[in-house]
Design a protein around this ligand. Structure first.
Ligand SMILES: Cc1cc2nc3c(=O)[nH]c(=O)nc-3n(C[C@H](O)[C@H](O)[C@H](O)COP(=O)(O)OP(=O)(O)OC[C@H]3O[C@@H](n4cnc5c(N)ncnc54)[C@H](O)[C@@H]3O)c2cc1C
Ligand SMILES: NC(=O)c1ccc[n+]([C@@H]2O[C@H](COP(=O)([O-])OP(=O)(O)OC[C@H]3O[C@@H](n4cnc5c(N)ncnc54)[C@H](OP(=O)(O)O)[C@@H]3O)[C@@H](O)[C@H]2O)c1
Length: 597
């Protein structure tokens, strides 16, 4: 056994020794029992499980990043890139059958809906399901192994109570870590917040089940040895039992109030109640663990939460306060959309795939909503009495960055914003805003061919990629030789959302060499609305045949290919299926931007 492990077990044992000496701990005054030591060992096993998971994914991610980097360098000045067009057989099988596979045949992000308003969620992917089932299995095993099930019943129940309690507290560490927007594992492992959210929800369920088992084991034991009266008395009089009961109740409420139907129908209410219940559970468990070494773990949980909240605040202060604070111009657009132009107090380097959380106190008080950054521009601020720039400092001061969002009107915050803009005489208003970010970032410039699918407002995620790839091609900093955008909209008026940006993109140097745009209008008022302005920008009525489109581009690909999608769940599932069916015969990756929390 490594020295550090022996040392930490010794330390924990010493700590447990003193802490468990009281009647509440379940140990004896003379020191920890073999069962206590076994619980410490199980805690280490769980920590090793996490270390192994993180280490494996990190190794995988670093290898992929290295491959992409080498591919980009090798392909920047190569026009054919034939070597990279071919797949690695084993990796492509892994992608097809595990990494990118839907759980069963096709359905993953296509929401299961009872009606327009009742969204009962999505199915996890096959890999996600395997991970979650594995983690659940490990927890079930850790709850029951090395307990002497044939021993005296009170002892069995005591061991089960302690084991499930220890595991519930331990699991609160990943539970809280993965809930945060600023979870460092998002960047380190290149796994989206959306996926961590899914894992957070399942670990939450595991914590609740373990906490329930812990409470039940105590209750059954107490009832059998002392009767219900003593149980009731303990709940009313003993701080340990009262806080345990409050904690368990808060956990049950957390479980009951967070199904997808509630989350999606009343997101803000859900979020506020969730925070209050989580704080109640942590506070109650904190007092419950007063004499136990596990209180140290709960301190780390609270520290994680605090650091995450402070990071949010730091980002807000850093980006929005300067000589002038951040302002937002909100403009109602045709097709139930809003364009928000953010005049940033202090900008950052804009990169494709970034999103921000927007606070607009005059509309949504303290609430924040995530939106993808669609565009960024540097402008000279020549207004005001600052006069002509005299030096570099003046020029920098006059430089103003604007970041733009396109927001589809839904029923809460976005609806309020839209109505407020509509009521203004020129259809827009200016207000103070706070931008928290940036979050997320993706580069696709190591691929020879990039195919981007967007449905409706999903285009906001794709526009920055297109600009970046064309720029990279023109500057000789990207391997990309072909970009195909497939944008599906209901009506041609949705083109207005991005018209000025598209005009800029269509005017970019070398754009004609690489960019093709296919627009699909699913509900045109008449066929006259559908016309193709040029060979590289074509418009079609109806929905695309996703499989045929992907098939054609895979046939004609240059080098490695990436197919990326941002839009409705059903579109994502169609695109994934089309890519998966071809990934064993060609080097094609699938990248999905799903925002399903
Ligand atoms: C990373 C990311 C990027 C996004 N980018 C865009 C974009 O560029 N343009 C765009 O129009 N939409 C985007 N969205 C969706 C957008 O955040 C929601 O449509 C918006 O928050 C809805 O606000 P509402 O109060 O009007 O929603 P409601 O009508 O109350 O709810 C509509 C849906 O939005 C979800 N939702 C509501 N509030 C939030 C919240 N605070 N955080 C997360 N989800 C919420 C609800 O669960 C529900 O499914 C993005 C979402 C994510 C997660
Ligand atoms: N920009 C982002 O970063 C971002 C962020 C979060 C969410 N999104 C997602 O983007 C989606 C788009 O939102 P929206 O309200 O603007 O979209 P929308 O108007 O509901 O749909 C856009 C278009 O896609 C078509 N479509 C839907 N499913 C399709 C499929 N399987 N195959 C082909 N076409 C399909 C629709 O056709 P019909 O309506 O005619 O059926 C419609 O013309 C939402 O689901 C949202 O969750 C985007």
């Amino acid at each position: 056994m490594p020295y550090s492990k022996v040392l930490s077990i010794a330390l924990l044992t010493a700590h447990a020794n003193s802490a468990l000496a009281g009647p509440s701990g379940g140990g004896q005054a003379e020191g920890p029992s073999p069962a206590d030591l076994e619980n410490i060992r199980i805690s280490y096993y769980l920590a090793w499980v996490w270390a192994a998971i993180i280490g494996t994914i990190l190794g995988f991610r670093i290898t992929l990043a290295a491959i992409r980097y080498v591919r980009k360098l090798a392909c920047i000045s190569a026009s054919k890139q034939s070597y990279f067009a071919l797949p690695d057989q084993r990796y492509s099988q892994l992608k097809r059958h595990v990494l990118h596979a839907a759980l069963f045949r096709k359905r993953h992000h296509h929401e299961i809906r009872l009606s327009d308003a009742l969204n009962i969620g999505t199915l996890p992917s096959r890999f996600q399901a395997m991970f979650l089932a594995g983690y659940l299995g490990i927890n079930v095993a850790f709850c029951v192994i090395s307990i002497d099930w044939y021993g005296e019943r009170p002892e069995v129940l005591t061991d089960l109570r302690n084991r499930t309690g220890v595991l519930a507290v331990l699991n609160m560490l990943p539970l809280f870590l993965l809930a945060g927007r600023n979870n460092p594992l998002i960047y380190a492992l290149d796994i989206s917040f959306d996926t961590y959210n899914l894992i957070h929800r399942w670990i939450g369920r595991i914590v609740v089940l373990e906490a329930l088992a812990h409470t039940l084991a105590w209750t059954v034991n107490k009832v059998e040895t002392a009767g219900w009266n003593v149980v009731a008395k303990s709940m009313a009089k003993s701080q340990l039992i009262m806080t345990g009961t409050i904690g368990t109740f808060a956990f049950i409420m957390l479980l009951l109030h967070s199904p997808s139907v509630v989350r999606h129908a009343y997101y803000e209410v859900f979020l506020h109640v969730h925070v209050v219940l989580a704080a109640t559970a942590v506070a109650a468990v904190w007092i419950h663990l007063k004499t136990l070494p596990q209180q140290g773990i709960l301190s780390s949980v609270v520290a994680l939460w605090l650091v995450e909240r402070l990071t949010r605040m730091y980002k807000i202060v850093k980006r929005n306060f300067g000589r002038e604070n951040t302002k937002a111009e909100v403009e109602a657009m045709p097709g139930d959309a809003i364009k928000i132009t953010l005049k940033m107090a202090r900008p950052w380097i804009f990169q494709p795939g970034q999103y921000v959380f927007l606070y607009m106190p005059s509309v949504g008080l303290w609430t924040s909503h995530p939106f993808s950054l669609a565009w960024s521009e540097e402008k000279q601020d020549l207004k005001g009495d600052k006069g002509l720039p005299m030096d570099r400092q003046d020029i920098l001061r006059m430089q103003k960055t604007t970041m733009s969002l396109i927001v589809r009107r839904r029923t809460g915050f976005t609806d309020k914003m839209w109505r407020k803009a509509e009521m203004c005489p020129d259809g827009k208003f200016t207000t103070s805003a706070l931008v928290e970010g940036p979050y997320g970032h993706q580069t696709l410039d190591s691929y020879g061919t990039v195919m981007l699918f967007a449905a409706g407002v999903g285009i906001t995620h794709k526009i920055p990629h297109i600009r970046h790839l064309i720029q990279g091609h023109a500057n000789g900093t990207a391997a990309t030789r072909k970009v195909i955008l497939v944008w599906i909209i209901r009506s041609p008026e949705h083109l207005e959302w991005i018209r000025p940006w598209m005009t800029t993109i269509l005017g970019m140097e070398k754009r004609r060499e690489i960019l093709r745009i296919l627009l699909f209008v699913t509900r045109p008022r008449n066929t006259k609305e559908i016309h193709s302005p040029s060979a590289s920008v074509q418009m079609f009525p109806g929905k695309p045949d996703v499989d045929a489109l992907v098939g054609r581009e895979v046939e004609n690909r240059v080098g490695a290919m990436c197919v990326s999608v941002c839009g409705t769940g059903s579109l994502s599932d169609d695109v994934r299926k089309a890519v998966n069916e071809r990934c064993e015969s060609s080097n094609v990756d699938f990248v999905e931007n799903a925002f399903s929390w």
